[in-house]
Ligand binder design. Structure first.
Ligand SMILES: Nc1nc2c(c(=O)[nH]1)N[C@H]1C(S)=C(S)[C@@H](COP(=O)(O)O)O[C@H]1N2
Ligand SMILES: [Mo]
Length: 420
């Protein structure tokens, strides 16, 4: 049947819209305005594959981080291996940063289509151009807010985490839709030889577009290789100058990383200082309270009488930096047992800090029962620096830094704060 509603829809969408007079066809709109043969379907598709992989990995690792901080029942996050979150979040930030030069390269290959003539050939072209607007807008927004956030600069009024999360869904949805809509062009672009000369999907005679060409039509091997090398160099430069924030052997060249593993009090970066958190006068009256059938109220001397454990564990900030250190303190499980609670009790850990989003975190059963989860009083053989959470901080394996609560004063059964 060709007379159904789909056929009618095709007719409406394919209808030719009235074009503007040709005298307006100047500058970038004129025929042949974009001379480089590298504005090709082939470059667009091949760059798109790298960009698509970077986006997919970035999305999945970002979703992982989100699900740890706002847990869903179907997503259990284990306490081992201790380095897993360090890998997923390091990858999230690294792929997001690498996507910035890739997106610029991709936009360069396709931007002549911005000036296609006539600007709105048919309703279906209008829809497809609007969908590209959403794609470019959401991707750019996502990469920019991520970048600005790891630089700890908040020039906007909205809450970064929620915005970044929802824009992530919009961006990945737009990518999926784009890949679907462009499937034939991607197939042509990825084929060993393109169909030389044809301007696929565009009206005949339309020159300011992305060409379907083969290797030879791209101007030969030299410009193509130079283009690929420049794109690769851009990605390598961004990665090499930042990835040392979590990969300490590369720290010496990480000149663009906001934080470095070895830099900070006691050789460890700090996210929130004691001064900014308003925790500056911890005195001899400090107590760690553990609620339970046998409520504990422990001074630092009482804590020192519990078995002391030392664990080498990383702090992994969601912002991408991470660093390992040796932490000494009392097992959370030992304190829970002393308070008459099972060792795998879900608990909230509360800070002396009175405000802020991260003063309370939830420790889920896998982390509560882990023998490596400590209420630490020492770092690399010395008492904690105030900025690292003196007198007591939580340190658990395989947990986002934002949930490694500092200046801890109370542990109570139940869920609350971040991780609840
Ligand atoms: N009470 C409290 N604990 C906190 C924070 C905070 O703002 N308040 N920031 C968290 C974040 S975001 C990180 S990355 C780690 C960093 O620990 P560090 O400053 O000792 O390196 O502390 C976490 N613990
Ligand atoms: Mo953090």
């Amino acid at each position: 049947m060709t007379t159904g509603w789909t056929a009618r829809l095709d007719r409406v969408l394919g209808a030719r819209l009235p074009g503007p007079p040709d005298v307006l066809r100047r500058g970038p709109f004129r025929e042949g305005a974009f001379a480089s043969p590298l504005h090709s379907e082939r470059r667009a598709a091949r760059t798109g594959v790298f960009l698509g992989v970077a986006f997919a990995v970035c999305f999945l690792t970002g979703l992982t981080s989100h699900l740890i901080q706002q847990p869903a029942g179907w997503f259990p996050w284990p306490a081992a291996p201790s380095w897993l979150y360090r890998v997923t979040q390091g990858t999230h930030v690294a792929t997001g940063l690498a996507a910035i030069p890739l997106l610029l390269v991709k936009l360069w290959t396709v931007y002549p289509t911005l000036f296609e003539w006539p600007p709105a050939g048919s309703p279906s072209r209008v829809i497809s151009r609007l969908s590209v607007l959403v794609l470019v807008g959401a991707s750019t927004m996502q990469l920019l807010t991520g970048l600005v956030n790891i630089a700890e600069w908040y020039p906007w009024a909205f809450f970064f985490t929620a915005t970044h999360y929802w824009t992530g869904w919009i961006a990945i949805g737009a990518v999926a839709g784009h890949v679907g809509a462009k499937a034939p062009a991607i197939r042509r672009g990825m084929a060993r030889r393109g169909s030389a000369g044809a301007v696929a999907g565009l009206a005949p005679g339309q020159a300011a577009g992305v060409r379907a060409v083969d290797d030879a039509a791209e101007g030969g091997a030299v410009p193509r290789r130079a283009f690929v090398a420049a794109a690769g160099l851009g990605v390598a430069a961004v990665t090499l100058t930042t990835v040392g924030q979590s990969l300490s052997p590369l720290a010496p060249v990480a000149v663009l990383a906001p934080r470095l593993p070895g830099v900070g009090p006691q050789g460890l970066p700090v996210r929130q200082t004691a001064h900014r958190a308003g925790v500056t006068d911890v005195g001899a009256d400090y107590r760690l309270v553990v609620e339970g059938p046998r409520r504990l109220e422990l001074s630092l001397a009482d804590l020192a009488r519990f078995p002391q454990r030392t664990e080498r564990l990383p702090i992994t900030c969601v912002e991408g930096w991470s660093a390992s250190a040796s932490w000494t303190g009392v097992r959370l499980g030992d304190l829970l047992a002393a308070a008459g609670l099972p060792r795998d009790t879900e608990v909230t850990v509360e800070s002396l800090q009175t405000g802020g989003l991260y003063r309370v975190s939830t420790v889920a059963p896998p982390h509560a029962r882990s023998p490596r989860t400590l209420l630490a009083t020492g770092l690399d053989g010395a008492p904690l620096d105030p900025d690292h959470g003196y007198p007591v901080r939580l340190i658990a394996p395989n947990r986002p830094g934002v949930m490694q609560t500092k200046w801890v004063t109370r542990v109570a059964p139940g869920a609350g704060g971040i991780g609840a």
